[in-house]
Design a protein around this ligand. Structure first.
Ligand code: DAK
Length: 257
């Protein structure tokens, strides 16, 4: 499907979505948000796609919501936007999603990266929540996700000062999985995605689901949830194939069932 503000492609079972509004530093306009949601939906439904990468360009992953569009909106408009599908789609996505981030990654753009499962950053990436500078606060998960990832004190500083942190700082705080030179961060992200896409799909889906649940459940309930998913995998052909291939000293051939 042709889009105007995102570009999509599929290679090695990895679906790549590139945000493409470079003139506005990939600000999340209504159009871009809608097209990103459509592209995500398409990839989530496409059996060939087993892992998704969302990226921008070297200068900007995304500078956040489009302030020019958002400025005149009223409270009720914004309330309706909470159900806006990119955020819901990412929260419920059963396939792993990786953000490949370079340059500015602010506001809603930063929340988009944090809503992904992993982040590969370039050395020039900067992560921040500057909403306070324009009289608002993060509205798409920033206060909640930063606090869970880096703890209360650091999250407070991020959302109260509006000042960004560097890729290196993000690495030290456990926000990103790896930092690579600007020339290679995207290929690095694609390589990680291809590695994950080559894993048995049902097990990969359950692994993601179990880790996501760990953020919400008590340890007792989480362990219970994990053991059920674990047991369920013994009804898949891929589990039998995995064990057989190990014994026969060959590479397994996954069927995704
Ligand atoms: N919106 C609209 N246009 C933007 C933009 C943005 N966020 N960021 C940059 N641009 C545009 C600039 O206006 C400029 O366009 P022209 O003036 O040339 O037409 C062009 O991109 C280049 O930007 P600059 O000239 O400013 O470039 P610099 O390198 O000097 O500065 C910068 C880069 C990233 C430091 C600066 O552009 C900046 O501060 N941008 C704003 C960053 C920001 O405050 N972001 C947070 C926005 S609030 C929600 C969902 C999402 C959200 C909330 C709720 N729900 C689902 C309810 C999210 C809210 C936000 O993100």
């Amino acid at each position: 499907m042709p889009y105007e503000t995102v570009i999509t492609s599929v290679e090695n079972n990895v679906g790549l979505i590139t945000l493409n509004r470079p003139q506005a530093l990939n600000a999340l306009s209504a159009k871009l948000s809608a097209e990103l949601a459509d592209a995500l939906t398409e990839f989530l439904q496409d059996a060939e796609v087993r892992c998704i990468v969302i990226t921008g360009n070297e200068k900007a992953f995304s500078a956040g919501a489009d302030i020019k569009e958002m400025g005149p909106r009223q409270s009720t408009d914004m309330l309706d936007r909470f159900t806006s599908s990119i955020w819901t789609l990412l929260r419920r996505a059963r396939k792993p999603v990786i953000a490949a981030v370079s340059g500015h990654c602010y506001g809603g753009g930063c929340e988009l990266a944090l809503a992904c499962d992993m982040i590969v950053a370039s050395e020039t990436a900067k992560f921040g929540q500057p909403e306070i500078n324009i009289g608002i606060i993060p509205g798409a998960g920033g206060t909640q996700r930063w606090t869970r990832i880096v703890g209360k004190a650091r999250a407070m500083e991020i959302v109260l000062t509006g000042k960004p942190i560097s890729a290196q700082q993000a690495m030290a705080w456990g926000v990103v999985n790896r930092v690579a030179p600007v020339e290679t961060y995207l290929s690095e992200a694609k390589r990680l995605a291809a590695e994950i896409a080559a894993q048995p799909p049902v097990a990969a889906r359950m692994a993601k689901e179990a880790v996501i649940k760990a953020e919400d459940l008590t340890l007792e309930n989480g362990l219970d949830f994990e053991s059920r998913l674990f047991a369920m995998l013994f009804s898949t052909e891929d589990q039998k194939e995995g064990a057989r291939a190990f014994v026969e000293k060959r590479k397994p051939i996954w069927k995704g069932r």
